[in-house]
Write a protein that binds this ligand. Sequence first.
Ligand code: AMP
Ligand code: MG
Length: 423
Amino acid sequence: MPLISLDAARRRVLAQCLPGRPRAVDLGAALGCVTSVPLTAEESVPPFANTAVDGFAVRAADVAGARADRPTTLAIIGTIAAGSAPEPAVGAGQAVRILTGAPLPPGADAVVMVEDTDAWDGRSGQEAGGHSDAAAVAVRKAVSQSDNVRGVGGDILAGQLVFAAGTVLRAGHLGVLASLGMRKVPVYPRARVGVLSTGNELVEGADALQPGQIRDSNRRTLLSLVEEANAEPVDLGVVADDEAAITEVITAGVARCDAVLTSGGVSVGDFDYTKVVLDRLTQRTMQWMQVAIKPAKPFAFGTIDATPVFGLPGNPVSAMVSFECLARPALRQMMGHPDIGRARVSAVADEPLRRRPDAKLHFVRVRVDWSDADGRFHVRSSGGQASHLLRSMALANALAMLPDGDGVDAGGDVAVLLLSWPD
Ligand code: AMP
Ligand code: MG
């Protein structure tokens, strides 16, 4: 079977993984989802003019001449706390004590910071113990109109575009939508993604290992990768290499999921029933590929009643790399993401990253770190690179991409796919 390029394999997959039907979901369930339409504000934020500081609401004209050595004294006629109505109105020569977030009362057009005032006790003519019981305030600094006032709609004006279609909703976005009183937001729904492991050698959980058996790790990894991709993982379990059992699990998985991931049984030399079943259920549309990458050369893709089915390789690192290269971009496309690939950066190889020419693109597990010294990313191998060495994959936070050839010398530049970022 000829090798096909990763790009060609990805194109085949992406052509059949289209965005799901958008729907309105609760803000509480929308983190990481992508907006399906432009969002327009129905309210202004802030909804009313309010003070940005604790101080005194005044008429700017009244304190135009105030200076440290010649303060202007105003009569305090009331107090407005956040959450209170904007009263009383401020007349000439008057001030209202006001607390951050409280509405600006009528008549006032600026706020003097409390730090720029002294409180006066009206009866004694002495400096008062605190502003709260003072009858008058001495303003030491002039303010201009609108000083320390947050205007109506300063953040968002009613009627304006808030977020374009295709916006990935993060914490701040959801906060903005909450500030507008939105309870639901139209997004592409999370894809429900079923994950199953196939193989007679696989043991679930902590059961005792019989000779020749290994524990199933791919299902745990793939379910987690699905979750990290903001999709909804559905555990379809471990299935032995039994035609009826595999048929049943995949059929049930396709019925309740938007996509299904299998791992194991897809290599050229495999005589597993996985192949037989997938061929039959996809009505022979399953494409068995040899992708020109290492690890993760074997890969299969097809659809069952338009539901994408990914046949990932069984080797644990291959399953992960295959997911990164082919399944994750497809799932993100299904969830409306404008950007379906991981971020790529250029890095310096701090040690030689060697490979042999074999017409494949190699993904090397590396640790990437930022260096303040030269303002560049630097990489080192995270361990052994064989496709069963899962620990070095776990320790990697990036994959260095080595094109066909001999690799990179120490100090050379290398393109890196970022998998995660240190918190
Ligand atoms: P296969 O693709 O089925 O030929 O499997 C390739 C290698 O991956 C074999 O060593 C399998 O035992 C191993 N393998 C397959 N599935 C899993 C799994 N779910 N967890 C851990 N290793 C697996
Ligand atoms: Mg197998």
